[in-house]
Design a protein around this ligand. Structure first.
Ligand code: 13P
Ligand code: SF4
Length: 330
C-alpha cells in the first residue's frame, strides 16, 4: 500500500440540536456512559476548555493520549493532534468534533515533497515538529513539540547532522538556542506569522511595564521583542509566576481564556497582527464548537483513523520523543 494514501476521516454532522438542551450536562452524561475522555488544546473556545478533562499544549496532550484508559478520546484540537492520539492509542476510538479542523503548518509540508527533500541529506537525522501529518511522522526519526524541541536537539551528539521540519520559525529559533546548524523545511503557521513588530513596539510604548510573551512559531523579528518564548503551557506558566501585571501575548487567542481564569488580577493584551483583523484566531482550531463536540460524542463521529502501516512507522518517533521528555522530567 502507498504510504501517501489519504488518511481516513469518517462522519459529519448535519443534525439540529434542541435549543433547550443543557449541552454541558449532556456531554458529562455521555462521557460517563461511553467511558470517554475529552482532551482540549489551549486554542479551543472557552466552553470547550471548561468541559475538557484535560487542557494542555501538544506535549501534554500526547502524554495524556498515551496513558488514558478511556475507550473513546474526543480530541478538541486539530487533525494532526487527533492522529497523534490514534497512533499512540490505536485500539481506542478517536473523535474530532469538526472533520475539517486542519492546520496550515501541517499543510505546508506535503509528505511526498518532504521525502524527496530528505533524500538530498542521507546522513541527516529527521526531527519533525508534531504539527505535521501522520505520513510525515512516519518519515521521521524523532518528533518534538515546542516545549521540548531544544532539549530533543540537545539530546543528540553535537556532530549529528539534522533536518528540522516543517516549521521554519521554530527551527530557526531552536538552531539559535542550541548553536546547531539545522537544515530547515520552509513551512509556517498562518496564525503566528501575522503579528506586526511595528504595532507591538507601539503597544509596548503604551504599556512600558508589559512583558511580551511569544510562541516560537512566530517570526524572528517578533521573537526578538519577547521577554519569554515558549509553548502555550510555558507562556501560561510564565504569566502566572511573573510578578508583572501586564502582558502582550503573541500567540493564538484561545490561550487568553486560561490566562485570565488563572490570573484575574492581570491584564492580557493580544499582540496586534499586521492586518485589520484583531482576532488572532486559528480558523482551524475554531471550527470546533460545543455543539459539534456534543454531536461527535453522541454519534461517535467524525472518527479519525490512521492506516496500520503508517502507525507502525509513526509511533516510533513519537515514543522516542515521549521517552526523552520523561527522562528530562518534561
Ligand atoms: P503548543 O500548544 O504545543 O505550544 O502548540 C501550539 C500550536 O500551534 C498548536 O497548533
Ligand atoms: Fe496549525 Fe497554526 Fe492553527 Fe496551530 S495555530 S493548528 S500551527 S494553523
Amino acid at each position: 500500500m502507498d504510504i501517501f494514501e489519504e488518511i481516513n476521516v469518517k462522519g459529519f454532522h448535519d443534525e439540529e440540536i434542541d435549543a433547550s438542551l443543557d449541552l454541558f450536562a449532556e456531554i458529562e452524561k455521555l462521557k460517563k456512559e461511553k467511558n470517554a475522555v475529552i482532551l482540549a488544546h489551549y486554542y479551543q473556545e472557552g466552553d470547550i476548555q471548561d468541559i475538557a478533562d484535560y487542557i494542555g499544549d501538544s506535549l501534554g496532550l500526547s502524554q495524556q493520549a498515551a496513558k488514558t484508559d478511556a475507550d473513546i478520546i474526543v480530541f478538541a484540537g486539530v487533525h494532526f493532534m487527533a492522529e497523534t492520539a490514534k497512533i499512540l492509542s490505536p485500539n481506542k476510538k478517536v473523535l474530532l468534533p469538526d472533520v475539517k479542523a486542519g492546520c496550515s503548518l501541517a499543510d505546508s509540508c506535503p509528505p511526498h515533497l518532504f521525502k524527496k527533500f530528505k533524500e538530498k541529506y542521507p546522513d541527516h537525522l529527521v526531527i519533525t515538529y508534531v504539527n505535521c501529518t501522520a505520513e510525515l511522522k512516519a518519515l521521521s526519526d524523532i518528533v518534538c513539540t515546542s516545549s521540548n524541541a531544544v532539549q530533543i536537539v540537545e539530546s543528540l551528539p553535537k556532530d549529528q547532522k539534522i533536518i528540522f521540519g516543517p516549521d521554519r520559525n521554530l527551527g530557526a529559533w531552536v538552531a539559535k538556542k542550541t548553536g546547531r546548524d539545522l537544515v530547515l523545511w520552509n513551512g509556517a503557521c498562518m496564525v503566528h506569522e501575522i503579528f506586526s513588530r511595528e504595532k507591538i513596539t507601539k503597544l509596548k510604548e503604551r504599556y512600558p511595564d508589559a512583558k511580551i510573551l511569544a510562541h516560537p512559531e512566530c517570526e524572528e523579528v517578533i521573537l526578538e521583542t519577547a521577554d519569554f518564548i515558549g509553548s502555550t503551557t510555558g507562556i501560561l506558566k510564565y504569566a502566572t509566576n511573573s510578578p508583572a501585571k501586564e502582558f502582550i501575548v503573541a500567540t493564538e487567542s484561545g490561550i487568553m481564556h486560561q490566562m485570565i481564569k488563572d490570573n484575574p488580577d492581570k491584564t492580557f493584551i493580544p499582540a496586534p497582527p499586521n492586518n485589520n483583523c484583531a482576532c488572532n484566531d486559528c480558523p482551524h482550531m475554531k471550527r470546533n464548537t460545543l455543539e459539534k463536540l456534543y454531536l461527535c460524542l453522541k454519534n461517535e463521529m467524525p472518527e479519525v483513523t490512521v492506516p496500520a502501516h503508517i502507525i507502525a512507522d509513526a509511533v516510533k518517533p513519537i515514543e522516542r520523543m515521549l521517552e526523552i521528555s520523561a527522562n528530562l522530567g518534561l
